[in-house]
Design a protein. Sequence first.
Length: 120
Amino acid sequence: MAAVRYFVKDVERSIQFYESLGLKLKKNMGPIAMMDLDGTEVWLSGPETSGARPMPDGRKPEPGGWNRIVIQVDNIEGVVAAHKEVGTVFRNEVISGPGGSQVLIEDPDGNPIEIFQPRM
């Protein structure tokens, strides 16, 4: 099994956001929720989880950064339109390359998500 941990400020809000991208809630344990993305788990880790505790050098895990999950879609323009309508933050506009089209959005806590539509 593979899993990705995203640090979030509000687990319930994040569950709703990720469900809008097609992820399925597997388990909600309050301070952490496990979502499923085609067999890969995305752990939404709130501030009360053990994974959010400060490191020995004082650094504290927090949302944001550039590492990201990639969600493959069939209709990138439709996903973009739906998320612009609800005020999702976009880091860029849709760009196209040799493999397809992509755009970076942010979850409610600033974690990046790449929406990708492969070239047909």
